[in-house]
Design a protein around this ligand. Structure first.
Ligand code: FPP
Length: 257
């Protein structure tokens, strides 16, 4: 059973055993917030926070995969993040390069498949290359999908989908009457995830309680969990606590139970 492997990994038998192994969310999405404040608290530059954040992506990827999560979507760079100072943007654009350079063997050992969604073509060449290589190198892996939202914004995603739907309606590929929930889901950037496109659980770290243009369509019925820890402090134990909070929720989808 997947969860047993996970217990061995964390060495936190009691915490993990309190989770219901039959109720692990298939798709977990995370807004990884608070890198800057984590660094500031330590009198370090903001980029040191992003570096620590990147290291934590490795830890949480392994934790999620061993718990039995099927899709982990991480908000790594939003379409609004270009407004940050050049140095910080440049550093953030280098992170995927460093991440895949150092973590690829483990991703392969963990059988993790990497995907990147967002306007990849607007990223610097080196970042695009790192993303495309990571996707190609892990394309045959059959385990958890590690889905990075990179230069992603949900309103932008919805605009692109609406334009494509309109084009396909005009050129006769689709019938206007076929436009419904399922078709719209297919046209969004998460369409490739099929039945797992909508996260059951969305977590935001650092005490902020906002959605910030992330997966607006997909989180219609997601459980939202906000934790106070900054992203670099979001340990496997905090992740477990978040899943525990999810498991205590009574999901009704607008109906009665
Ligand atoms: C938000 O914290 C975080 C980001 C904008 C960047 C997130 C990126 C990572 C965690 C690393 C990604 C790793 C890979 C492999 C791509 P913030 O800087 O807004 O924090 P603050 O609110 O405290 O200033």
């Amino acid at each position: 059973m997947k969860l047993e492997e996970y217990v061995v990994f964390t060495n936190k038998k009691t915490d993990a055993q309190q989770l219901d192994p039959t109720n692990i969310p298939n798709h977990v999405a995370i807004i990884m917030d608070g890198n800057g404040r984590w660094a500031k608290k330590r009198l370090m530059p903001r980029i040191a926070g992003h570096k620590a954040g990147m290291e934590n992506v490795k830890t949480i990827t392994k934790t999620a995969s061993r718990m039995g999560v099927k899709v982990l979507t991480l908000y790594a760079f939003s379409t609004e993040n270009w407004k940050r100072p050049n140095d910080e943007v440049n550093f953030l654009m280098q992170l995927p390069v460093d991440f895949f350079d150092t973590f690829m063997p483990e991703l392969i050992a963990e059988n993790v498949r990497v995907k990147v969604m967002g306007n990849i073509q607007e990223l610097p060449e080196k970042t695009q290359k790192a993303a495309n290589n990571a996707m190609a190198d892990t394309a045959d892996n059959t385990g958890m999908i590690l889905n990075f939202a990179l230069n992603y914004g949900s309103r932008d995603e919805i605009q692109q989908a609406v334009k494509q739907i309109a084009k396909d309606a005009v050129n006769g590929t689709i019938e206007v009457d076929a436009i419904g929930d399922a078709l719209i889901s297919d046209y969004l950037m998460t369409g490739f995830l099929g039945e797992y496109a909508d996260p059951e659980l969305l977590i935001r770290t650092s005490g902020e309680e906002r959605i910030s243009n992330f997966l607006l369509w997909q989180i219609a019925y997601s459980e939202l969990v906000f934790v106070d820890e900054f992203w670099p402090d979001f340990t496997p134990a905090v992740f477990e606590r978040s899943i525990g909070a999810y498991q205590k929720r009574n999901r009704r989808f607008g109906g009665l139970k």
